[in-house]
Write a protein that binds this ligand. Structure first.
Ligand code: GLP
Length: 259
């Protein structure tokens, strides 16, 4: 079972994860970070800014989880643009060391394979940040995604397009296709950190952590990972059956363990 940590706020979660990332970078200056988009990881990036002052990040590498297919180059809602705006620039990372799957139509047939190769050549991801969609998707692996899947083009569900319409002028502007690391790709990361905040995520979180392991709820793949940490606020924890146990276990967590 994944370790579940219930914290009072997204800010507290951001601090906890940022501390872990700083420890990683200090130990391994060329650490490979698995970057996620969406609103959920923003508190982590925010907490990293002051913590990375004076830390050498020039060798840090990063791989984003996913990208929309077919957006014009430089579109501000492309995940390439979001990662540059929210992560690369504020943290002072080297843009040449940060990769995002290529969503341009030109070359899309081999973009998945290219990304898998780049990930393998980098030696894999040290710590993978994950959000979760209200339908239980991680990355853009919608329900039904194989647990063995690799980076590939997928079709977004109507639910995901509606959820993400807030970033676009209208739902018709939300791309229909995406390219995403597969569940098999994500599972190769050495440490998974799944974050979820707000009541809207409560059912997805309970399903992922305590429900059946099933492709119908891709986030449930975390139950099969040897080192997965799920960090939620009280609202996102509100459907968890064993919440008291998670609180008890975290309160008694040995100090040497880290995350
Ligand atoms: C998006 C992203 C996911 C993200 C999820 C939740 O569709 N592709 O990586 O985890 O939706 O988004 P948010 O964090 O904004 O709730």
């Amino acid at each position: 079972m994944a370790e579940v940590i219930i914290l009072p706020s997204p800010t507290a979660a951001g601090s906890l994860v940022a501390d872990e990332i700083v420890r990683l970078v200090q130990r391994r200056p060329d650490a490979v970070l698995g970057l996620a988009t969406g609103s959920t990881p923003l508190p982590v990036y925010k907490a990293l800014v002051p913590r990375l002052q004076g830390v050498d990040v020039s060798q840090v590498r990063g791989f984003a989880l996913d990208e929309y297919v077919g957006l014009p180059e430089g579109d501000p809602e492309s995940y390439r643009a979001v990662i540059e705006r929210e992560v690369v620039r504020p943290l002072g990372l080297d843009p040449a060391r940060i990769q995002v799957p290529k969503g341009s139509l030109d070359g899309i047939e081999h973009a998945g394979e290219d990304y898998e190769r780049a990930l393998t050549e980098a030696g894999g991801v040290d710590i993978q940040l994950l959000g979760i969609g209200t339908d239980g998707h991680i990355g853009f692996n919608e329900p039904g995604s194989s647990f063995a899947s690799l980076t590939r083009v997928k079709t977004l569900t109507e639910q995901t397009r509606e959820d993400n319409a807030r970033f676009f002028p209208s739902i018709d502007d939300v791309p229909v296709h995406c390219i995403t690391q597969g569940l098999g790709t994500i599972m190769r990361a050495r440490h998974l950190v799944l974050l979820a905040f707000g009541a809207g995520k409560a059912d997805a979180v309970a399903g992922a952590v305590e429900g059946a392991v099933t492709a119908s709820l891709p986030g449930s793949a975390v139950q099969l990972h040897p080192h997965a940490t799920v960090i939620v606020d009280e609202a996102a924890a509100s459907s968890l059956r064993f919440a008291d146990y998670y609180r008890y276990a975290f309160a008694n967590k040995p100090a040497w363990q880290g995350l």
